[in-house]
Design a protein. Structure first.
Length: 245
């Protein structure tokens, strides 16, 4: 049922709808309509639309009438807030009680350049690297198409692992990762072995594989070149056997 609302300006109408179903059956919903037909469902929505043109502080949205109790309550709240503001010492800005310690103009002389801010802002922001991450790969084996495990590679005897409980497989994974990922020369751990074993979390370089530093001689390089030549020869013979060459 829609009817004129005397508490609002001329042309405003009020409607009551009774819910007929659901858990809230019997509850009354109140709506207001402006002269141009716009619908309002709540008092805040109505206040935003009317702005300062109409004072809704004493307006009861449910009944559509002016409630004197709301009017007194609104005045009381405004009076108390004004009183609190004037008497609340915490809202008073602090006043400096001491005089300035600089009686004369001060000249600042810069004796050194500080690069801290520049380095933090524009310097490389590398993520920290985890030590001994290769141990997470222990027990994993690569397989061929027939799901048969590949045989483990045998490292030269002069390649010695550094760190607690580092196996030969872990050492191989560490070296392979350094060769494929690192952008710097692979030198291994150059620190003293006793120091590395005593406190590896402090002295081990995470940018190098878990390998004790070793010296590669010219004889080692020559032997490796011979092995490469033999491997290339075997590959060439295999390709000829398949008729590729």
């Amino acid at each position: 049922m829609m009817m004129e609302c005397a508490a609002l300006p001329k042309g405003w109408k009020r409607e009551e709808n009774v819910r007929k179903s659901g858990l809230s059956a019997g509850k009354i919903d109140v709506y207001y309509y402006s002269p141009n037909g716009k619908k309002f469902r709540s008092k805040p929505q109505l206040a935003r639309y009317l702005g300062d043109a109409v004072d809704l502080s004493s307006f009861d949205f449910r009944t559509g009438k002016v409630n004197s109790l709301l009017l007194r309550k609104s005045k009381r709240q405004r009076g108390s807030s004004l009183y609190d503001y004037r008497n609340d010492s915490s809202l008073i800005p602090p006043i400096r009680q001491t005089a300035s310690i600089f009686k004369q103009p001060v000249t600042v002389h810069k004796t050194q350049e500080s690069r801290v801010k520049t380095e933090l802002k524009h310097g490389p922001q590398d993520k920290p690297k985890q030590l001994f991450w290769e141990k997470r790969l222990q027990g994993l084996r690569a397989c061929d198409m027939n799901e048969e495990e590949f045989q483990n590679l045998e490292l030269p005897r002069n390649l010695r692992a550094v760190g607690p409980c580092i196996t030969e497989d872990t050492l191989l994974q560490s070296i392979a990762t350094a060769l494929h990922v690192s952008n710097q020369p692979v030198t291994g751990q150059t620190g003293n072995k006793a120091t590395l074993e005593k406190n590896p979390g402090v002295f081990i370089n995470p940018d190098q594989p878990l390998l004790q530093a070793l010296v590669v001689s010219d004889e080692d390089i020559k032997k490796q070149e011979e092995k490469v030549q033999v491997a290339r020869k075997k590959l060439e013979d295999a390709l000829k056997g398949f008729g590729i060459f």
